[in-house]
Write a protein that binds this ligand. Structure first.
Ligand SMILES: Cc1ncc(COP(=O)(O)O)c(C=O)c1O
Length: 386
């Protein structure tokens, strides 16, 4: 063995814990985001027979205009995209009635939620969010090295919004150390939501120096009269941030585009950590195109709402409790045999999302699919429950 080879061999023995010990304090305690089952392997195994209802994707896909817009981009793949994504930002600014300077684009809203933690929280700081709040809130907090204050959700027995965010308790949990509050409306994985009155009362209780992030990934799907987006309140509260995504209602999960709306000053500070060219050219073009196709969006949202109601009823007929949802998924109680039920469904090629990581091991989260997918799920479920 030569003297040159030896140190190489020593280095190759360093395992994850060796590197973790050298990571920043936050990353040392961090666990990677759990994306659910290995769908690529399942696709290989089940082919067309696979029913994918685990990732809250939009089964109807994007407006056909998205594909045309992307094709048009293929001749310039050797060029960097517009670093600022200005055309898309202009379209979003017009849609939401805000200034272009109030918008930041992300490679998915996941990226933006993480960066909010990175920018506004650090060691010694606290970040407040609800139990059963979207998983990325905890990851962003941990990654930033901040302390999570996890507030109990409304109880399962709650008359109208079981497992929903307890906004009073969240406001009460804020201390002098709190830098950031995350709330999701509607929330994943519970599907729960809140309305304008609750929103206004909540914001009135938040100190002006605490940044409140409203994750509205499913906002377009919410059609309940008691649901309200925080967007109209942006003008009144400069400590308010709203995140949205093209992954859900617009059916572009594969392209990874999300955006944030907030005060121009907040966006300018967030810009400092944004990676260069973080949204690619075909994705920018596709997003502009889908914003222009209101007819497809409306059709897709109506289908989702109808299937959500139909599936919810079908589950209820099978004496399974589905929590109220304003999204494209249902959180469903399966009781003590949940993992057995899940395994038996997987054996039939039906993939749902287990909820043990959220502390809801007796539940599975079911994405609302097309009628055909929902029917295949129910058929498989009937075989399992029999
Ligand atoms: C509540 C919520 N927020 C944010 C996201 C992240 O979405 P994306 O990164 O695709 O924009 C998701 C994805 O499932 C979500 O459920």
């Amino acid at each position: 063995m030569s003297a040159v080879e030896k140190p190489m061999q020593d280095e190759s023995r360093h395992d994850e814990s060796w590197f973790a010990a050298r990571a920043s304090r936050g990353v040392q305690g961090l666990r990677a985001y759990d994306p659910g089952h290995d769908l690529v392997a399942f696709r290989r195994k089940f082919g067309e027979g696979l029913v994918e209802l685990g990732s809250n994707e939009n089964p109807y896909g994007p407006s056909p205009a998205a594909r045309m817009a992307m094709l048009d981009q293929l001749h310039s793949l050797h060029r960097y995209p517009d670093p600022l994504g200005l055309d898309l930002k202009r379209a979003l600014a017009a849609k939401h009635g805000v200034d272009v300077a109030q918008i930041l684009l992300g490679n998915g809203s996941h990226e933006l939620l993480m960066q909010l933690g990175q920018v506004f929280a650090g060691e010694g700081d606290e970040v407040v969010f609800s139990r059963y709040g979207f998983a990325v809130f905890a990851l962003a907090t941990q990654c930033a090295g901040a302390r999570a204050r996890v507030v109990d959700a409304l109880p399962r027995t709650h008359a109208t919004m079981p497992l929903g965010h307890d906004l009073d308790a969240i406001a009460a949990a804020i201390t002098a150390a709190t830098k950031l509050v995350y709330v999701a409306n509607p929330n994943n994985p519970t599907g729960t939501w809140f309305g304008r009155e609750a929103l206004v009362a909540f914001l009135a209780r938040i100190p002006a120096d605490v940044i409140v992030v409203f994750d509205e990934a499913y906002a377009e799907m919410a059609d309940a009269p008691d649901y309200a987006s925080a967007l109209p309140l942006l003008a009144r509260h400069s400590n308010l941030v709203v995140t949205r995504t093209f992954s859900k209602a617009y059916g572009l999960a594969g392209l990874r585009v999300g955006y944030l709306l907030g005060a121009p000053g907040l966006v300018a500070v967030m810009e400092r950590v944004r990676e260069s060219f973080n949204v690619n050219g075909p994705a920018l073009a596709a997003c502009e195109a889908v914003l222009d196709d209101a007819v497809h969006l409306k059709w897709s949202l109506e289908r989702n709402a109808a299937e959500r109601a139909w599936l919810g009823e079908a589950l209820q007929q099978r004496r399974l409790r589905a929590f109220p949802s304003q999204t494209n998924f249902l959180l469903v109680e399966f009781g003590p045999d949940t993992s057995l039920v899940e395994a038996a469904l997987i054996a039939q090629g039906v993939i749902l999302r287990p909820m043990g990581g959220y502390g809801l091991a007796d539940c599975l989260r079911i994405t609302v699919g097309t009628r055909d997918e929902n029917q295949r799920l129910l058929d498989a479920l009937d075989r399992v429950l029999a």
